[in-house]
Write a protein that binds this ligand. Structure first.
Ligand code: SF4
Length: 381
């Protein structure tokens, strides 16, 4: 079982971000942490005896917390839940918010993996994204983590930014590769509704989708060049692409994310956090006032039907390079995948998008490149 903890605070809102996160004053953050601890204690009591394999403290910017708040949260997790020996404990951090004391508090509290949101090594691009840090801040944060003894570091990167060229993206990749992080996540920028970027670039994005030449966003060809460059350069530097957008050195794939893609149960604590327990999905309130008043009642409770679960098995499982196991499908659902997807599987194999390895189904390289067009085929009814 997995544990997710949401810290919904950031120094400032990035202009492309639609995550559940916002700036807040110290008092609100302190109050939130008190409420979070109450929820943690309550939930831990109902999960006695369950072994937690991975913990992911995400946000927002969890590294915005004070060292003593981080230590207290980590101590509560260790004390109240039963963690597996060698459990993976990840904290998301943003450059510029880490100090030596915080890095040491993380290490002492059991954090063994940190995900650093760099996005770009180019100062112009960082400013454009509304990030609060510079590349130098990132280098300092990276160094502090290493000095504190945290070696499993992920670096988050983004491509297809307005004004970005394949050459500036390559410089970012090379700068990051020179540090040899254990893990790199590389996503294309999504223009999300409700963000300042949406107001600014939605027309441009539509133009690109319609095959025109966008004014600010990279064109389709340039976007593809960046996507391909990621795969080639990271493979050359010894990273295994284990999921569509995730690359790791041997032994450093993110266990928490793999659990999510393989249908592991997870408990979410904190504002808006989702849980998935025994086939039932639910989430906490997304209203900060409600959460701060101690309202932890589950929202949007949904019992997944067998069809939903089979679809998710494929939809999420095929994101991983290893693909989905035929035997696991039978064990979970009592049916062979070919019986359920009797039309889709042969068609996708025939179009060169899916391959049958004998024990598993997985996307081909081509299928991975156009994964959005493939994965929806598994949504049943
Ligand atoms: S730091 Fe991350 S969560 Fe916070 S606003 Fe920026 S992108 Fe969103």
């Amino acid at each position: 079982m997995e544990l997710y903890i949401h810290i919904p605070f950031c120094i400032r809102k990035c202009v492309y971000c639609d995550f559940l996160s916002a700036p807040a004053d110290m008092e609100t953050i302190a109050h939130y942490m008190e409420c979070m601890e109450k929820q943690l204690v309550r939930e831990a009591a109902s999960f006695q005896g369950k072994i937690i394999d991975t913990v992911f403290i995400g946000g927002g910017t969890p590294s915005i917390l004070k060292p003593e708040q981080l230590s207290r949260l980590l101590a509560a997790v260790q004390e109240r839940f039963t963690l597996a020996a060698g459990a993976e404990i990840t904290l998301e951090a943003n450059p510029g918010t880490l100090t030596r004391t915080k890095a040491e508090a993380l290490k002492a509290g059991g954090v063994n993996r940190v995900s650093l949101g760099l996005q770009s090594a180019n100062e112009r691009e960082l400013r454009l994204l509304g990030r609060v840090h510079t590349y130098r801040d990132f280098l300092r944060s990276y160094e502090l983590l290493r000095e504190a003894g945290i070696v499993n570091i992920n670096v988050d990167l983004m491509s297809a930014l307005p004004g970005q060229t394949a050459s500036s993206y390559e410089k970012t990749l090379l700068r990051v590769l020179a540090l040899h992080p254990a893990h790199i996540s590389a996503y294309s920028l999504m223009i999300e509704e409700g963000t300042p970027f949406f107001e600014q670039y939605r027309e441009d994005e539509k133009l690109r989708e319609d095959g025109g030449t966008p004014r600010w966003l990279p064109g389709e060809e340039s976007e593809r060049a960046m996507y391909e460059l990621t795969g080639v350069l990271l493979a050359e530097h010894g990273y295994e692409r284990y999921e569509i957008s995730n690359y790791a050195k041997k032994g450093f794939a993110c266990r928490h994310n793999i659990g999510y893609w393989t249908g592991e149960a997870y408990l979410g604590l904190g504002l808006g956090a989702s849980s998935y327990i025994e086939g039932i999905r639910f989430c906490n309130t997304s209203e900060l006032d409600e959460y701060l008043s101690g309202d932890f009642a589950p929202r949007d409770v949904q019992k997944l039907s067998k069809n939903d679960r089979m679809a998710e098995f494929f939809y999420l499982g095929l994101r991983m390079s290893a693909g989905v196991s035929k035997a696991d499908f039978i064990a979970q659902f009592g049916l062979r995948a070919e019986q359920v997807y009797m039309q889709e599987i042969p068609e996708l194999i025939g179009s060169g998008l899916l391959e049958d390895t004998g024990a598993r189904y997985r996307l081909t390289d081509y299928g991975r490149d156009v994964s959005n067009q493939v994965l929806w085929r598994f949504l049943l009814g």
